[in-house]
Design a protein around this ligand. Structure first.
Ligand code: PBG
Length: 325
């Protein structure tokens, strides 16, 4: 037998060798933990389809943020669940709204953690769409830009460290950038959900946020899953409009998109390991069919290997504990 000189197994022999030649290293610094702020008091309600994830009223959210910080996770992403929904999602633009209240409370009580806010209307509108509906039942793009910019500004005034628009209206990064700059927030970064697909993987999130559309779906504003080149155009637009970090969402079924965005742009790339990606691992583990912890770490590492600098994930606390072992 005439083997070639190079034998890959030489460097796989034991964990010390494997550690030394490992190409991708997941770090707690890569993680962002999403949290749901609910209006009211004394709320700590587990989301049935997302074990370990809770709707939290503000005082409980503050406790949770402290725990997240103690695990060394650098940032949280906040979603708001208002007491009342209406056609315009007014709570999202109110200085006294749920997310603004939550931001103020966390910034007051928990120094040393970044607070990122999700800017969107689907959690706040009674119809469950991500903006203002026009007569034909579709979302009115330009009317929505206006309220998105107003909403982002209330987040900034409440003390948010970064805003993250997830609505997928055309032109929203520019509209938000202009509003922030005009109000003294030119130093506040925008992480845009740049390539966000109309995905079945968001199902459990919509249970968590109560944001399932009452009629229709989000396919007229979120991207069509078969499209990859279009993602590059979406990202290019957001970069032009002033995005500081660009996000691909979901992550797991879109690793190719993460990889292509990484290659084509030099801004930091974030990937959202979404609710459905979390739930399938939890469900499989609960059934005893898979090793949930091992698969979670493999998934997070794969997202990083594909090119993501940052990962938004409901597994952040679990992963941080494992990384600290
Ligand atoms: C919209 C928004 C969604 C998610 C984050 N922001 C849901 C949607 O577009 O329907 C999904 C996150 C997840 O599934 O974990 N505000």
């Amino acid at each position: 037998m005439n083997f070639p000189e190079y034998r890959p197994r030489r460097l796989r022999k034991n964990e010390l060798f494997r550690r030394m030649v490992r190409e991708t290293k997941l770090s707690v610094d890569d993680l962002i933990y999403p949290l749901f702020a609910a209006a009211g008091k004394g709320i700590r309600k587990e989301v049935p389809s997302m074990p370990g994830v809770f709707q939290l009223s503000v005082e409980n959210l503050v406790k949770e943020a402290k725990e997240v910080r103690s695990l060394g996770i650098p940032a949280i992403l906040l979603f708001g669940i208002p007491a009342k929904k209406d056609p315009l999602g007014k709570d999202a633009c109110s200085d006294k709204g749920i997310i603004q209240t939550a931001v103020r409370a966390v910034k007051d009580a928990v120094p040393g953690i970044l607070v990122i806010t999700d800017v969107c209307f689907c959690e706040y509108t009674d119809h469950g769409h991500c903006g203002i509906l026009s007569g034909d039942g579709d979302v009115d793009n330009d009317a929505t830009l206006d309220i998105l910019a107003r909403s982002a500004l209330t987040h900034a005034r409440a003390g948010a460290d970064m805003v993250a628009p997830s609505d997928m209206m055309d032109g929203r990064v520019a509209a938000i950038r202009e509003a922030l700059d005009g109000d003294g927030f030119s130093g506040l970064p925008i992480m845009s959900y740049a390539a966000k697909y109309a995905s079945g993987f968001y199902g459990p999130f919509r249970d968590a946020a109560g944001s399932t559309p009452k009629s229709g779906d989000r396919r007229s504003y979120q991207m069509d899953p078969p499209n990859a080149r279009e993602a590059l155009r979406e990202v290019a637009l957001d970069v032009q409009e002033g995005a500081d970090i660009v996000m691909v969402k979901p992550a797991l079924a879109y690793l190719d998109i993460i990889c292509r965005v990484r290659d084509a742009f030099d801004l930091p790339v974030a990937a959202y390991n979404v609710s459905g990606e979390y739930s399938i691992v939890k469900a499989g583990a609960k059934l005893g069919w898979i090793d949930g912890e091992r698969m979670m770490m493999e998934i997070l590492t794969a997202i990083k290997r594909a090119g993501a600098d940052l990962i938004l994930t409901y597994s952040a606390k679990d992963a941080a504990r494992i990384l600290a072992r």
